[in-house]
Design a protein around this ligand. Sequence first.
Ligand SMILES: [Zn+2]
Length: 159
Amino acid sequence: MSQLKKASWYDISGKVISSGRVSNVDLKKGKGEYEYRAVCDRCNGSGVVKRFYRSQCTKCHSSGYLFTTKREVYTLNALFTVNRPVACRIYREIKSLTAEAIPTVLENWIASNFGLVNQIKQRAADNSFLKSLTEQLTAGRILTEKQLSAAKRTLEHWR
Ligand SMILES: [Zn+2]
């Protein structure tokens, strides 16, 4: 959930706006503003038009931009009220990302019992009890304390 709560800003179309560009933040409403600059279509933002020699763009008066305006940005929550379909899409994307990023209980357990799990796996072919433990892990169930101490005792044989 922490990833979802972290303030990310989106414009009305769902484009991510970096928080450094956002001002006038109203966290209660989940809104802010960012400076939107429309690139000049004649000089493409360079402020210069090439003809026989490099000349200043007269359309944008060499600023490279036709106009600068403030546009509203929204947190994901606020985006749900102004552009629900886009907000739903973003929400699904974030959710699938975080689901992959958060380790499962099993992964956490394996990580904290890494050495022992490795030994069990290495000896699984030699011992039916250890084999059953690896099968249990493959099925996604962590080992009980009882099973762990039994596994340790079994592994003593190869010391
Ligand atoms: Zn221009």
